[in-house]
Design a protein around this ligand. Sequence first.
Ligand SMILES: *[C@@H]1O[C@H](CO)[C@@H](O)[C@H](O)[C@H]1NC(C)=O
Ligand SMILES: *[C@@H]1O[C@H](CO)[C@@H](O)[C@H](O)[C@H]1NC(C)=O
Ligand SMILES: *[C@@H]1O[C@H](CO)[C@@H](O)[C@H](O)[C@H]1NC(C)=O
Length: 222
Amino acid sequence: MCCSDCGCYDSCCDCFCPCLSSETRETILCCAVCFAVVAGVVLFAVLLAAYGFVRHAEVSVPEASLTRLTLLDNTSQATAFAYNISLTLNIRNKNWAMAAKNTKPLDAEYNFDGQRFERARLAAEGEKHPPGKTRVYHLASGADNAYVALGNAGVAEFRKQNATGVFEVEVVVSGEVKYTARYTKCKFEAKCPLKLQLAPPGTPAVVFQAVKCKLTKPEKNC
Ligand SMILES: *[C@@H]1O[C@H](CO)[C@@H](O)[C@H](O)[C@H]1NC(C)=O
Ligand SMILES: *[C@@H]1O[C@H](CO)[C@@H](O)[C@H](O)[C@H]1NC(C)=O
Ligand SMILES: *[C@@H]1O[C@H](CO)[C@@H](O)[C@H](O)[C@H]1NC(C)=O
């Protein structure tokens, strides 16, 4: 009876704990209000830290090897590569609460002198990358006749690098993701400039210096 129509704090206290002095009652009320405010602020701060800001992925290539790279036709514009490249690609989702879901497939492109000669699928559309996790992709690519539009400029660059035995291959990781609890879809692109020393099977293995990839500046709201 007392509490169903208990309009105010005092009558409630009269009902449940009549022994408490009014001073004690006030202190308790004060503490309760204080606690509620602090809890609210903490909850807000936690939600803001968890979902307010996107931390962009960290991409790196800890391991890579090139066992074959030859130019098939250097007399016409229809140049092609015969090659074997293998590499390990790490992608880390640095957010501690937000998963990244692929809204487009995640691909890796291999370029020589700005020209693409390989495109490999890393993850399908719809796949989720959980918060805090690192995905490790092992890619082994090879072809006997992979078209690459080098032109005579690219052929000259190939010859130059071929003479040193070290090739510059750029790996570009690209896709589009949406983070948990956020509306915007964010384009994602990272460029990994690799320097690969040719080491055909049977020759001593070469040490590869791990490469940290550079993220393309994200768009607004991403
Ligand atoms: C490319 O062409 C040059 C002459 O233009 C020739 O000397 C060289 O052997 C050719 N290289 C290959 C791999 O065919
Ligand atoms: C190199 O690539 C070719 C495809 O052209 C493949 O058949 C071969 O097994 C690859 N070699 C190695 C060592 O991966
Ligand atoms: C690349 O270098 C090798 C020797 O290291 C040579 O046999 C080959 O002809 C060169 N290819 C081109 C296209 O220059």
